[in-house]
Design a protein around this ligand. Structure first.
Ligand SMILES: [Zn+2]
Length: 354
């Protein structure tokens, strides 16, 4: 009987603490703006002063009533005049971070009728449809969203729908550049085949599409020598590169030596000496992005390079005959790494020749 009472008491205490905890988590904070501000026992000057608050002190707000705010003190609650306390009603926008000077300061809308909302989620109401090309000042950032302003108009926009000034400056080398991506093999020419039955033609295509996406995002014009799983002869690939006004031709391949499964690494080829610089930049970009074994950047007598009149390289991006590489090459995360290395190297190359 006695034990039951104790259990009941503990249970009640537990519920009480839970309730307290919940209330605290959602309570608003108030910041005092006034020195020697009287804290009173009730909501009015007729109530006695039970203490004083100073500028900058923060208190949990219990409730507001008639120009007075009840705040939580150490052992009790007290009341201060609402005139001297600023309440941060920020339960839902807690994650909004004011921007540092070095951060993005403006964005450009990339699509017509881009939705601006009155808060940082799709649950918030649409306040405006923005037109492509409009510039906005960035006020703050909140997760995947920017809070933006243009004159009287403010709203929140999804980061992925806009272009930032930062992108423009770091990767401005890609503006007005045409890049031809050559996904090795295709159709009846499957290329190398791994132990897990992966085809080189499929992996080069995955890499090509990811590279296309990243380069397009940075403002480049991108062309592919094949747009699907089809056979395209080597001479057709080169002819295509020579016909378009391209600034770079990048041929993507994967290596294989089934009799030496322990062999791994990345190797880059160029044909004419004048393409050595581009090859080195791209090669070093990939090595630092992936930490893979560095098999070097070399001259290579390969048809797609020899007959190419444009700056061109061929990259062997890894060994499908190595069991670990075989698995790794088929993951999205690693593909993104490879591609970010190519993009980084190419960006540095374009900057170096400007
Ligand atoms: Zn190949």
């Amino acid at each position: 009987m006695y034990i039951r009472k104790i259990i009941l008491l503990l249970f009640t205490a537990f519920i009480f603490l839970c309730a307290l905890g919940t209330e605290q988590a959602y309570a608003n904070e108030g910041v005092i703006e006034g020195s020697n501000l009287n804290i009173r026992s009730g909501p009015g000057t007729e109530y006695e002063s039970i203490g004083q608050a100073e500028t900058g002190e923060t208190y949990q707000v219990v409730q507001q009533a008639d120009g007075w705010v009840e705040i939580e003190l150490e052992k009790e609650t007290g009341w201060v005049s609402a005139e001297f306390i600023t309440i941060n009603e920020t339960a839902s926008t807690d994650s909004t971070v004011p921007l540092e000077d070095s951060d993005i300061s403006s964005i450009t809308i990339q699509y017509d009728n881009t939705q601006l909302r009155d808060g940082p989620s799709t649950e918030h109401a649409i306040v405006h449809f923005a037109e492509k090309g409009t510039e906005y000042e960035v006020v703050s950032t909140s997760g995947e969203w920017y809070e933006i302003r243009n004159g009287e108009l403010t709203g929140f926009v999804l980061k992925e729908l806009v272009e930032t000034a930062e992108n423009n400056s770091t990767y401005k080398g890609f503006k007005n550049k045409t890049i031809v991506i050559d996904a090795g093999h295709g159709g009846r020419d499957v290329g190398a085949v791994s132990d897990t039955d992966a085809y080189e033609k499929d992996i080069t295509y995955v890499t090509a599409k990811e590279l296309e996406k990243q380069l397009q995002y940075l403002g480049a014009d991108v062309l592919l020598t094949r747009e699907q799983d089809e056979f395209v002869s080597l001479t057709s690939r080169v002819t295509y590169s020579n016909l378009v006004d391209s600034d770079a031709f990048i041929s993507l391949h994967y290596n294989s030596v089934p009799e030496l499964p322990e062999v791994t690494g990345i190797e880059t080829f160029y044909y004419s000496k004048q393409n050595e610089k581009m090859a080195n930049y791209i090669h070093n970009g990939i090595i630092s992005a992936t930490d893979e074994t560095d098999r070097g950047s070399h001259e290579g007598d390969l048809l797609v390079l020899r007959l190419n009149l444009k700056p061109s390289v061929l990259i062997e991006l890894g060994f499908m005959s190595n069991p670990e590489s075989d698995v790794l090459l088929q993951t999205n995360a690693y593909q993104k790494k490879l591609v970010s290395g190519i993009v980084d190297g190419l960006n540095k190359y374009f900057h170096s020749v400007e």
